[in-house]
Design a binder for this molecule. Structure first.
Ligand code: TYD
Length: 375
């Protein structure tokens, strides 16, 4: 059996596909990853076979110089348009791969639309990996608008629907649109960072991990986002050790950092969060699920797209606190982190969500579902 995986060039979108692709491979099937040229080196480091789907502009470049969206919903449609532009750039490459490599199934992350289009044109079965809690229908609206304007981009049938959708969120946190999704256990792939020694040694005082994910630090005020300074200055009020999980080149730009920060650089969150007491994050899919799976409470500071609903679902479960930028006046973050450290109800709720995640069907079941699609 041959399975083609497609993703846009963003780690947060691509990483969730990696454990599933490896599972298919270890079960004896042929796997090929198709990603834009400039992302191929990142994909190759997973050890999976990678083919380029073409030269596609980077998300950050496509966003550069744009005025902020007028509303949250407009922002979603605009991001959908960016993903439509990326799909248009990948379409010829992915069409060629589907025609020549002849996959039995195409599996795409939810914002990659070239894979589903190329698969539908050839009658190939397709599955989607839904990262994030919300339906993000606005992405499809924006992407369809762009692709419809491309010669040969979108037929009258519009964007094809997947035959199967995988969802790694625990059922108690999912929204109504996800009722028919196939549950799958979250397994983190966190890139190629090493596990630091302190993450496998006993800790002497509470440790707080701070991250803005892989994309936010590259958008807007890359010099050093105000959100980070607000968090770090507030944490000075607490007797805690701070570690910052961020790409190494960004960490170098952010120096110097307060003495309280014991580490700043890319950290494998799945191994590091069990060695932390609280996560302060942005509500990104992989980051949030990894903290939940580790049973760690979190303070969520979402900015856009799925981050807002992901954070809302965690807050509703009792495993965390969501704060919007306008709510983070001096002392508020320290107070929230103090509550997450001291009130055992947050940790207890995070532990129950972790148990729910652990009870989801293993990736091997998802691989069987993919094979059944082809059959
Ligand atoms: P995600 O949390 O979805 O957020 P975003 O798309 O905004 O980046 O994806 C980030 C992934 O990268 C997630 O799997 C966690 C991982 N990550 C680390 O493991 N360590 C790090 O230092 C950073 C910055 C990210």
């Amino acid at each position: 059996m041959r399975i083609l995986f497609t993703s846009v060039a963003l780690p947060g979108h691509f990483f969730p596909l990696v454990p599933l692709a490896w599972t298919c491979r270890t079960l004896g099937h042929e796997v090929l990853i198709a990603v834009p040229d400039h992302f191929a080196a990142t994909a190759v480091r997973t050890g999976l076979p990678v083919a380029s789907s073409g030269a596609v502009p980077d998300f950050v470049d496509l966003q550069a110089g744009k005025a902020p969206p007028r509303s949250f919903e407009d922002g979603l449609v605009e991001h959908g348009e960016v993903f439509g532009r990326m799909a248009a750039g990948q379409l010829a490459g992915v069409r060629t791969l589907v025609a020549s490599w002849r996959p039995d199934v195409v599996v795409s992350e939810r914002a990659e639309f070239a894979g589903p289009l190329a698969a539908a044109e050839r009658g190939v079965a397709r599955a989607e990996f839904q990262w994030g809690i919300p339906s993000l229908d606005e992405y499809r609206t924006g992407a369809a608008r762009v692709l419809a304007a491309e010669p040969g981009g979108l037929g009258a049938a519009g964007l094809p629907q997947p035959h199967l959708v995988f969802n790694a969120w625990p059922p108690s946190l999912r929204l109504a649109h996800a009722a028919g999704h196939r549950g799958v256990r979250h397994v983190a792939y966190n890139g190629d960072a090493r596990v630091p020694g302190w993450a496998v040694a006993p800790r002497r005082r509470p440790r707080v991990c701070v991250t803005l994910g892989t994309l936010l630090p590259r958008l807007g005020d890359a010099a050093r986002p105000g959100a980070l300074d607000r968090v770090l200055s507030d944490l000075r009020r607490l007797d805690v050790e701070v570690v910052v999980a961020v790409a190494d080149d960004v960490a170098a730009r952010w120096q110097p950092l307060p003495e309280q920060v014991a580490h700043a650089g890319m950290l494998p969150l799945a191994q590091v969060l069990p060695a932390c007491d609280v996560l302060i994050g942005h509500g990104g899919h992989g980051t949030t699920l990894t903290a939940l799976a580790a049973g760690r409470p979190q303070l969520l500071l979402p900015r856009f797209d799925d981050q807002v609903d992901n954070a809302g679902a965690v807050a509703k479960s009792g495993a965390g606190i969501r704060l919007y930028p306008e709510e983070t006046g001096p002392g508020v973050i320290a107070e929230a982190v103090g509550a997450l450290l001291d009130d055992p109800r947050f940790g207890g709720a995070a532990e129950s969500v972790a148990a729910e995640i652990a009870a989801q069907p293993p990736l091997a079941d998802a691989a069987q579902d993919i094979l059944a699609l082809a059959g």
